[in-house]
Design a protein around this ligand. Structure first.
Ligand code: 2NL
Length: 349
């Protein structure tokens, strides 16, 4: 028995409604949406248009109910299409999921500064010889920086123009010697130490001067220490640092805190002692590397060490200055500009 016309019409409308839901779910882009719109609403062959044709042939009594069904479907199609269109034109939100298989982001880890690397080389050589490493305050008193070291009151280093004073009594240390004074006050000989650290001078920066730079000083105090220990130890140090074949010379000098005193030169690495017009050694063939001497008895008295019982030697050296000489760096300021192209060259080995 054929279905009554209204019932058949209802079945067809329901079938289209189900099909519509599936087709909407399959739409991926604007083109797919346009195709869908045409399939349902095209004025010539759209499903809805065709259903309206069928509607015309229904019994007059069935028309109100059938009309309601058909208009309901048409509205639903239009609503679904509008919703789809809105979804397609809104950019998809960024996905919250993470992909654990992607490679990680490279983070800069940092590395030791060139001056620190050079300082470590120096430290290693002295550690091998049984020295200890000490440090102390960078803000010092006039006493520890000058007076205990036997600087006379009128010494030019004590001038406001050479030293950075905080007030009448406090200053930024101009060398690391005050640490040796502090160590000798606290600890009795034998003492074998080096003190690397920052020191400050009132300087206008230029290629060979900075207001802050690095220094290393050394101190040996014990019974029976002579100038031979000074000479042998410093020669060994310089040969480990610059190579066994390096030429070394000692010449007399003066410091308020040592007597006798000696400055130590090595052959000029820039010209190999061959260029009378050499910019690095001034044509002398020699480069001053450090100052040294036998600790002045007055310094021992200042820290209550008996100079009749003990003797010692000390040295001081600029780390920046020697690193510049060793690596052929023409300007001390390169160390403090933090230009990674400069700094990285020391990590290429
Ligand atoms: C230089 C010369 C020197 C010292 C530093 C020193 C320290 C004490 C006692 C005696 Cl506590 N001496 N230090 C000795 C001789 C030279 O430095 O040209 N430095 C860059």
């Amino acid at each position: 028995m054929p279905l009554p016309d209204l019932q058949k019409f209802r079945t067809t409308v329901d079938a289209y409604r189900a099909k519509l839901a599936d087709e909407c779910a399959a739409v991926r882009d604007v083109q797919g949406l346009e195709d869908l719109r045409n399939r349902y609403l095209s004025r010539k062959r759209g499903f809805i248009t065709l259903l309206f044709e069928e509607f015309k042939n229904l019994e007059a009594a069935d028309k109100p109910a059938a009309g309601q069904l058909l208009n309901g479907l048409k509205l639903e199609v239009q609503e679904k299409l509008t919703g789809l269109e809105e979804r397609l034109r809104t950019p998809a939100p960024a996905k919250a999921e993470i992909d654990p298989t992607l490679p990680g982001e490279r983070r800069p880890w940092g590395a030791a500064h060139p001056l620190r690397l050079f300082q470590r080389e120096i430290e290693t050589i002295f550690l091998e010889m049984g020295f200890g490493i000490e440090d102390g305050p960078e803000i010092e008193t006039d006493y520890y920086n000058f007076e205990a070291l036997n600087f006379p009151p009128q010494h030019p280093a004590r001038d406001d123009w050479d030293t950075l004073y905080i007030n009448d009594n406090l200053l930024l240390r101009t060398h690391t010697s005050p640490v040796q004074i502090r160590v000798m006050e606290k600890r009795k000989p034998p003492i074998r130490i080096i003190i690397p650290g920052k020191v400050y001078r009132r300087e206008t920066p230029d290629p060979t001067h900075a207001a802050m730079f690095f220094q290393v000083e050394g101190l040996v105090v014990d019974k029976g220490i002579s100038f031979a220990h000074l000479k042998g130890t410093l020669e060994h140090f310089l040969k480990r640092l610059f190579g066994e074949k390096i030429k070394i010379r000692f010449r007399p000098s003066f410091f308020p805190f040592t007597e006798p005193s000696a400055e130590v030169d090595i052959e000029c690495l820039a010209c190999g002692q061959k260029d009378p017009g050499c910019r690095v050694c001034g044509g002398t063939g020699w480069k001053e590397i450090l100052g040294s001497g036998m600790v002045d008895p007055q310094v021992f008295k200042n820290v209550n060490i008996d100079p009749e019982q003990f003797s010692g030697w000390a040295f001081g050296m600029g780390i920046d200055r020697i690193a510049m000489f060793a690596y052929g760096i023409p300007d001390i300021r390169f160390f403090y500009e933090n230009d990674l192209r400069f700094n990285r060259q020391f990590h290429l080995k």
